[in-house]
Design a protein around this ligand. Structure first.
Ligand code: PLP
Length: 425
């Protein structure tokens, strides 16, 4: 029966029962965590061979004889570019292979555009007064923190199952020259799991922007992270931008953080040749090159992009059951109560949970007090402010399955309790 259809007496009885259950969990002194979108230890073990792929001096040469121990290769090892270019669907000339973190490149790219402009001709963003950024919500907290740190004003853009609200985006970018960019996680988005529809991708490429130096930050962090046999498909935005006559509009990012090692992988940027050339011209002052031995390790371990995709099936075998635990628990415990909706993603790292308005913070607090840490309520919105206080990001990958079962169940108890409290207010 739906909670909203219960009489006050029925609700009170429901609440008392759930409270008892909650107190039972609390007494157990649990210490569980569903906050971290991290790979589990078993996932990291899958790439054990990476550690020995380059283990002596004579291993340090690529197929052209280039010595990876030495300086050079600002845009990345050619063999690494060959391996990773298909991941973003670009040519090797449209790619740079960096160090271990794509978030670092995103931060750095915004810093470059602020300081130097998006190309040789454009004014630096910092010289253009207040600048603004579009943020599809709920989204990735660390994207929003970058904008916040740089003093870039963020505008929330609602998201549905096709991606962000394009009517709203088209209107805003057509009218406001101070809007310089947008965060997009176009495939299995963090946290909604949504993959942008073809129409959304085409509209991004074809929309008119008042700012000539507008850039789409296309963070394709989960492009090979499928969870089942019916994976989503994403249109290649660089191809669409080229067809629309604005190849410079998009800068794409990805990394192997959730393919090899989250702490010691390889990150990439894909963009038009002109964009890449410009970024390299700035990078050449910044570094003489990234860790090419690690790039070579990845080449030796994965072989080619097909090998990398094969490897992702092993990740899937480990994390799909964890998603199943969470989704089954949500369905069994909350399915009939009419107090929440949640996503059932085909890939990525998260389940996005929408509770009743005004209860997310309370749920997170209840969980914490009973020993389950969740991502802070509000974290999925700019400035940490969820206007409806309803979204919670659930991360199933890290805890062992047995722990996850308990954590997911306790989470549903907290949702029930917070919802009953709200309805009784
Ligand atoms: N982008 C998204 C959408 C993420 O969810 C994450 C990590 O959770 C990152 C980037 C971080 O990437 P990296 O480890 O390459 O810095």
């Amino acid at each position: 029966m739906k909670l909203t259809e219960m009489s006050r007496e029925e609700l009170l009885e429901f609440k008392n029962k759930v409270q008892e259950e909650y107190d039972g969990y609390k007494a157990q002194g649990l210490a569980l965590n569903m906050a971290r979108g991290k790979p589990a230890a078993e996932q990291l073990d899958l790439t054990e061979g990476l550690l020995t792929a380059v283990s002596k001096s004579s291993d340090c040469f690529d197929d052209t004889g280039f010595d990876c121990r030495n300086y050079g290769g600002l845009d990345g090892l050619p063999a690494a570019k060959k391996l990773f270019a298909p991941m973003l669907g670009v040519s090797e000339k449209e790619l740079i292979v960096f160090g271990n973190s794509s978030l670092n490149i995103m931060y750095d790219t915004i810093a470059k555009y602020l300081l130097f402009g998006v190309d040789e001709q454009s004014k630096p963003w910092r010289d253009q007064g207040k600048i603004k950024w579009l943020c599809p919500v709920p989204g990735y907290d660390r994207h929003f923190l970058i904008c916040e740190k740089f003093g870039i004003e963020m505008i929330n853009i609602p998201t549905d199952e096709n991606g962000p609200d394009m009517d709203m985006i088209e209107k805003l970018v057509a009218e406001d020259e101070s809007i310089k960019g947008i965060w997009c996680v176009p495939m299995y988005a963090n946290p909604t799991g949504v993959t942008y529809s073809d129409e959304v991708v085409k509209r991004f490429a074809n929309m008119k922007t008042k700012a000539s130096d507008f850039r789409i930050f296309w963070d394709n962090a989960y492009c090979v992270h499928h969870l089942n046999d019916t994976p989503d498909k994403l249109l290649n935005i660089l191809d669409e931008c080229k067809a629309a006559g604005c190849p410079e509009r998009v800068v794409m990012f990805a990394s192997t953080s959730k393919i090899s090692y989250a702490g010691a992988g390889v990150a990439i940027m894909g963009a038009s040749e002109a964009n890449i050339k410009y970024i390299l011209s700035l990078m050449t002052v910044q570094t003489i090159g990234h860790d090419k031995i690690n790039q070579l390790r990845h080449v030796k371990f994965f072989g080619d992009f097909e090998g990398l995709k094969e490897h992702m099936k092993k990740h899937r075998a480990l994390i799909a059951p964890r998603f199943e635990v969470v989704l089954n628990t949500l369905e069994n415990e909350l399915g009939e109560l009419g107090i929440a909706q949640w996503t059932k993603p085909n890939g990525g790292y998260f389940v996005s949970f929408n509770a009743m308005n005004g209860t997310a913070k309370r749920i997170v607090t209840l969980c914490k007090e009973a020993g389950v840490v969740l991502t802070g309520a509000g974290a999925t919105f700019p400035y940490g402010k969820d206007p409806e206080d309803k979204n919670i990001r659930v991360a199933p990958t890290y805890p062992p399955v047995e722990e996850l079962k308990i954590a997911a169940k306790l989470f549903t108890v907290c949702v029930k309790l917070a919802s009953a409290e709200k309805l009784l207010e």
